[in-house]
Design a protein around this ligand. Structure first.
Ligand code: ADP
Length: 503
């Protein structure tokens, strides 16, 4: 299938739109397509091939064939690393196209896409390329008359299901550790943001990845996603998305072949400002805590707890900064907050704004959609105050530019408040007291904790959640565990066969 040309603000970008199976772009078996829209205008920009369960079967068969082949085994770790480095180089060559595709697909600003999404994706590939030939086992020569050693073997065919908030970054977070460790992959992009996954498959082809090592099936969750999760020939599934869907995936794995599952799910991260914090910096990091990706981040700092002594000062400075955020078409000059990614999310956020008002919270700033006279999905940066712990806006993930700000009196009280959630993805504190920093970060039940910063994540460090925020860790060497099986080998060095004890 040949590529289409997508025109975005006068720039022409060649984009394949087929399923990528066995190293080739193909039409879906049923030949159906689905529309992709620009969230800044609500207008359709392109149609993409829509996979179904039978296409997942084809992709899994291609991935299995490659995984089992002698050629893939002999291709080896060094060549896999070379492919990944080549892919990273190609991404640098195609940097502008990747930025533009991410912007038109998700509503991100150029600033974010070009400083965060694309460079972090390139960094992730280079990091895991470095790991490819360093996946070593251990040996044990201290067992009497037996030599023991372990091998780290690839798991096999890995199903990977990614969300719409960081389409390119999640694509690389998933494929990089899987491919580095010698697995093959069937990946599904989110139905509203499939464009950069398609572009990446074009670059994967150019980078010389063996055919069938990475396969992509675009389509919907209930069809393609579910088919991957329940497939009898998928050995592992890695998922990033909502907690509700994570439960479905775990169930599907349990009901099929007990494939291994890693889940990176939702969050409702607390952000605590102690009275000794550098106030100006705490304000800026707290703005970033919700402003990054316009709140569409699983680790967003949505619950801000401020000590009562500095509450008024903090709130005033924080409100001034939040007010200054320019909401508009993400391709426009000076815009720092684009549209929310989809109509569904836009409506969901508005239902939370209503719930906050209905439950008696005070709208301190924003609190409504922003009408720009087009069909785009804009929400005003919103601050709720006068909240109580049981309000929906305090308990549930909103995934929009909406925070609650509450007061606290003591360290013990704020630790209780911060941990009073079913989630446990991330948490941040602001303080100059080092002992307090160690004490409080230790007490917070979250997979990532920040001191005097927020929303910083690096590919070299583990990322994942406590409690209902997930199972397992991505990034860093921790992710390599997900993609390898450890095999133990015992080798007899002179141990006689056991007798039955009668002689
Ligand atoms: P959100 O609610 O933030 O859109 P989802 O968890 O629904 O997040 O979506 C994340 C990814 O999971 C998407 O690629 C979506 O298509 C996929 N997905 C949705 N439902 C299912 C399902 N039942 N089984 C497998 N994947 C699914």
């Amino acid at each position: 299938m040949s590529a289409q040309t997508l025109e975005v603000h006068g720039k022409k970008i060649s984009l394949p739109t087929g399923l990528f199976i066995g190293g080739e772009f193909k039409k879906a078996r049923e030949g159906r397509t689905f529309p992709i829209e620009n969230p800044a205008t609500g207008k359709e920009i392109i149609q993409v091939q829509e996979g179904q369960a039978e296409d997942v079967d084809d992709a899994v068969a291609a991935a299995r064939k490659t995984f089992k082949s002698k050629e893939y085994e002999e291709f080896g770790a060094v060549n896999r690393a070379k492919c990944m480095i080549k892919l990273a180089d190609l991404m640098e060559e195609h940097f502008e196209e990747l930025v533009t595709l991410e912007m038109v697909d998700t509503g991100k600003t150029r600033h974010q896409a070009s400083n965060l999404d694309v460079p972090a994706s390139i960094g992730t590939l280079r990091y895991y390329a470095g790991w490819a030939d360093k996946i070593l086992g251990q040996s044990n020569s201290d067992i009497p008359k037996v030599f023991g050693y372990t091998r780290r073997e690839p798991v096999g065919v890995c199903g990977q299901i990614i969300p719409w908030n960081f389409p390119l970054l999640m694509f690389t977070w998933k494929i990089a550790p899987a491919f580095a460790t010698g697995n093959t992959v069937v990946i599904k992009s989110a139905e509203t943001t499939p464009l950069n996954a398609l572009k990446m498959c074009e670059l994967i082809q150019k980078a010389g990845f063996p055919a069938g090592s990475v396969n992509l099936v675009s389509g919907y969750g209930k069809t393609v996603g579910a088919a991957i999760a329940q497939h009898m020939d998928v050995d592992k599934v890695a998922f990033t998305g909502s907690t509700a869907t994570g439960r479905n995936i775990l169930r599907a794995a349990a009901n099929s072949n007990l494939k291994k599952v890693t889940l990176e799910l939702g969050g409702k991260s607390p952000n605590i400002v102690f009275p000794d914090a550098d106030l100006e910096k705490a304000v800026d990091w707290s703005v970033w805590g919700i402003h990054m990706n316009f709140g569409q981040t699983c680790h967003a700092g949505t619950r801000i707890y401020v000590h009562e002594d500095i509450y008024d000062k903090f709130l005033e400075a924080y409100t001034t900064k939040m007010k200054a955020i320019q909401v508009g078409d993400n391709f426009g000059e000076g815009v720092s907050q684009g549209p929310q990614q989809s109509k569904m999310q836009y409506e969901k956020i508005q239902s939370y704004l209503k719930a906050g008002k209905d439950e008696g919270a005070t709208v301190h700033l924003g609190g409504k959609a922003k009408d720009l006279g087009n069909e785009g999905y804009y929400i005003e940066p919103t601050i709720f105050t006068d909240v109580t712990p049981n309000m929906k806006i305090v308990k549930e993930e909103i995934f929009g530019p909406v925070v609650v700000v509450a007061k606290f009196k003591s360290e013990e009280e704020v630790i209780e408040l911060a941990n009073d959630t079913t989630y446990g993805l991330a948490a941040g504190i602001h303080t100059k007291d080092y002992e307090r920093a160690v004490r409080v970060t230790s007490a917070l039940k979250a997979g990532t904790t920040w001191v005097n910063m927020f929303n910083f994540v690096h590919w070299s460090m583990p990322f994942g959640g406590y409690k209902e925020s997930g199972i397992g860790r991505e990034c860093g060497d921790a992710a390599l565990e997900n993609y390898t099986e450890t095999k133990t080998v015992y080798w007899n060095m002179g141990m006689p066969p056991p007798t039955d004890g009668s002689k």
